[in-house]
Design a protein around this ligand. Structure first.
Ligand code: ATP
Length: 344
């Protein structure tokens, strides 16, 4: 990664509403590194679509500016705006394919609009369809395709003009988990092979875990946390990020523990231990037992991979009088700990 593909600088957006204004975005500063897969996560209405649509000029900021490869999108008009749009492809949750056109016809559309000669369109379309693995289905119509196949057509169409940036608006939200994986793998491959920057919006942390090198969390129109995905998963700073994470990283307490959790002693402390970086695979619980003679109860946990690096979360409880010692020992060995409460 060498530079910045997209930057949002003090971006604000208000929409007129009966009797006033609704603020969709406020003070957004965010850099999307060139060649990254950057994901923006937020709840419904947080402002994700508004932010994404500013990158190809479908929305204009009411404050600040959005730069794509150094060009101010909000100020671009006519030919300059068309140029930016050729550099920015987009895929959609509901695919947005033309039902009356075959796979080939859908992929050809942006090239026809760009005025390419017929023979060149034909060759380019074949190449794109091959790239997304749909050669055998090139003459089918959208109604004859599965959701995953439709999204592949959407991806081929978005790549037609050779963009530098691909925007993804909840591209896997309408797909089942297995199909989601195959589409995410395709996006990763395109990012790698073509060096394309991908900016995606999602409400699922699992999507970020699986493919995003960088991420940002948006809430009520503001970015509350951003940075490399691994670092945020390992040490989320904002409560909203933690809430999103609890569903995917085994940080959610099992119901039987949550129901008994008290904020204060006398119960035993429930400790969340996060294993990341160099220490992710260290056998620390075994060492806790052998070195300090403390046996921890395991209440839950997961170990997974984020950006090909191991990452784990373990929920344990230890006797009340050994809590501080346990945390100090684990932290000394490079793990992060947090007391979630106490259980009897
Ligand atoms: N064209 C518009 N006119 C008026 N208000 C709008 C418009 N588009 C979005 N908004 C408002 O701006 C806020 C942010 O909406 P936005 O669609 O960007 O959020 P989102 O995070 O993408 O949500 P979702 O996941 O539901 O699509 C919301 O309060 C929404 O109602």
């Amino acid at each position: 990664m060498t530079g910045t593909a997209i930057s949002f600088e003090g971006v604000g957006k208000t929409y007129p509403k009966a009797g006033g204004l609704v603020t969709a975005l406020e003070g957004v500063d965010l850099s999307v590194p060139e060649g990254s897969i950057t994901g923006i996560i937020g709840r419904s209405g947080a402002g994700k679509s508004t932010l994404l649509r500013m990158v190809n000029g479908l929305e204009r900021p009411t404050e600040g500016r959005v730069l794509v490869a150094g060009h101010d999108v909000g100020r671009a008009r006519g030919g300059a705006l068309r140029g930016i749009r050729r550099d920015v492809g987009m895929i959609f949750q509901h695919f947005n394919l033309l039902a009356s056109r075959s796979v080939r016809g859908n992929v050809a559309l942006p090239l026809e609009i760009a005025g390419l000669p017929r023979a060149r369109i034909r060759a380019r379309v074949d190449e794109l369809i091959d790239q997304v693995g749909l050669t055998a289905l090139a003459d089918r119509y959208p109604a004859e395709l599965s959701g995953g196949q439709k999204q592949r057509v959407g991806i081929a169409r978005a790549l037609a003009t050779g963009p530098k940036v691909l925007l993804s608006d909840e591209a896997t939200s309408a797909l089942d988990p297995e199909t989601t994986q195959t589409v995410l793998e395709l996006l990763s491959r395109i990012n790698r092979d073509l060096g394309l920057t991908v900016l995606l919006i999602t409400h699922e942390m699992a999507v970020l875990r699986d493919i995003a090198s960088h991420m940002a969390v948006i809430e009520a129109g503001r970015i509350v946390e951003s940075g490399p995905t691994y670092g945020i998963f390992a040490a989320p700073a904002h409560a909203t990020t933690r809430r999103f994470l609890s569903g995917v990283t085994g940080t959610a307490l099992p119901a039987f523990v949550a129901a008994r959790l008290q904020p204060d002693p006398p119960g035993d402390p429930v400790i969340r231990v996060t294993f990341a970086g160099a220490h992710a695979t260290d056998p620390m619980l075994a060492r806790l037992a052998t070195d300090l003679g403390i046996s921890a109860n395991i209440l839950g946990g997961t170990i997974e991979e984020i950006g090909a690096r191991p990452f784990g979360n373990l929920l344990i409880s230890v006797p009340l009088d050994r809590g501080a010692e346990t945390r100090a020992f684990l932290e000394r060995h490079g793990l992060t700990t947090e007391v979630l409460g106490h259980v009897r």
